[in-house]
Design a protein around this ligand. Structure first.
Ligand code: S3P
Length: 428
């Protein structure tokens, strides 16, 4: 699908975004290994979270879905059945990396793969700690999907993450549920902690002490019968940036997840001069949820580096667009992880900004986008990456001429309906 975006004036309105992708994956997987029936409300409509449900169904987990409400019958920690086919994680890194943690400790063998993008993404980062736990996992060329997982009894380890990755941390913690004893993960910098919060909510024994997280094996997971997923702040990020840079815009985004390990985005935008306010804040299942108000404002620019990079990792493509129209531009450092996302996001951000007439300097671990740039419009390509498709839709709103986004359907991975939502917020 090709989407065409022209500058049409201010964005105004009240909007909700799909349920948080990270939390949806975790609630579904933990519900599947719990002892009870769980109903999850506002489950993400994105293709990634459907991949998780597809994998769980193939493992024999009874699932009923009506729109964004998903009912899952828990099978206990070792209740999965041998799948009849190769499991398919689609485009979803979170699906393959987290479920492999649970599969490593089952009593059967299976295989899991994904689409062309996922088959290029590194899995040695989970294979290595799972092997240390006693798991037997074979990866293509020692590194990539498909993975062949031979279930084995697991034992607890202490693992120091070599990369800041919530997916790897979560994989080891989930494997820790099936292991004997206390599994410890030590993070180099804090990453999103939805797994830890969900595990506590489901009744597991889990403790955090600074950068160390310890989980006890063999819990009986008994979550509340009803769970509610907050809106996805990483999806709201497109509206926050769009409303900031399109003059006279005013938006309220309702019921968004504001977990502090994700909400660094709001602080960062505010530090650049963005006019953003949280209107209402409450806690649900250990996660913060609120309404966020944004109105247009000139922004100065900024630097993303060190621990901040891990906290903003998914928002960097749209922040790069913001950087180009800011006063002083945006510098991103310590972000080599961007190269192994759904696309090589350093390359795809740079190619697309250049296609719109902007300048970008890139390095192995980041880039610099000078500020005060005029975006010409033109043809950009999502390269199959949902966040690139949506980031450049936002760029199209402030370009001088039409922007054509090739592969715009990639947005469906996390935000089906994104382009319709955009039309609804623009003047008629
Ligand atoms: C995610 C963690 C991050 C993030 C991804 C979702 C998660 O990946 O980019 O979109 O749900 O744990 P990494 O753990 O690879 O950094």
């Amino acid at each position: 699908m090709v989407a065409r975006i022209s500058p049409r004036g201010a964005l105004r309105g009240t909007i909700r975004v799909p349920g948080d992708k990270s939390i949806s994956h975790r609630y579904a997987m933990l519900a599947a290994v719990s002892e009870v029936d769980v109903t999850i409300h506002n489950y993400s409509t994105g293709a990634d979270c459907q991949s998780t449900l597809g994998v769980l169904a193939a493992l024999g987990v009874p699932i009923e879905q009506q729109g964004t409400t998903v009912r899952i019958r828990g099978q206990g920690l070792k209740g999965f059945r041998t799948p009849a086919t190769i499991l398919d994680a689609g485009n979803s890194g979170t699906t393959i990396r987290l479920i492999t943690g649970l599969l490593a400790g089952q009593n059967f063998s299976c295989q899991i793969t994904g689409d062309a993008s996922l088959r290029r993404r590194p899995m040695d980062r989970i294979v290595e700690p799972l092997r240390r736990m006693g798991g037997q996992i074979l990866a293509r060329d020692g590194r990539y999907p498909p993975l062949e997982i031979h279930g084995r009894p697991l034992h607890a380890i202490e693992y120091h993450l070599p990369v800041a990755s919530a997916q790897v941390k979560s994989c080891v913690l989930l494997a820790g549920l099936l292991a004997d004893g206390l599994t410890t993960v030590v993070e180099p910098v804090p990453t999103r902690d939805h797994t830890e919060i969900a595990l506590r909510e489901f009744g597991a024994e889990i403790q955090r002490d600074g950068q160390r997280i310890v989980v006890k094996g063999s819990p009986r997971l008994r979550p509340p019968e009803q769970l509610h997923v907050p809106g996805d702040l990483s999806s709201a990020a497109f509206w926050l940036v769009a409303a900031t840079i399109v003059p006279n815009s005013y938006l309220v985004i309702e019921q968004v997840g504001l977990n502090p390990t994700r909400a660094a985005l709001l602080d960062f935008l505010q530090s650049m001069g963005a006019r953003i306010r949280v209107l209402h804040l409450e806690q649900r299942h250990g996660e913060l949820v609120g309404h966020v108000e944004v109105q247009s404002a000139p922004v100065r620019g900024g630097v993303i580096e060190g621990a901040l990079t891990a906290q903003l990792i998914d928002e960097i493509p749209v922040l790069a667009v913001l950087g180009a129209v800011s006063q002083n531009g945006l510098t991103v450092r310590n972000a080599a992880e961007l190269r192994v996302k759904e696309s090589d996001r350093i390359a795809t951000v740079a190619e697309n900004l250049r296609a719109m007439g902007a300048q970008v300097e890139i390095w192995e671990d980041g880039f610099h986008v000078p500020g005060k740039q005029r975006l010409r419009g033109g043809t950009v390509n999502s390269c199959g990456d949902h966040r690139i498709a949506m980031a450049f839709a936002v760029a199209g709103l402030v370009a001088e001429a039409e922007t054509e986004i090739v592969g715009a359907e990639a947005a469906n991975v996390s935000y089906p309906g994104f382009f319709d939502a955009l039309q609804a917020l623009l003047p008629r």
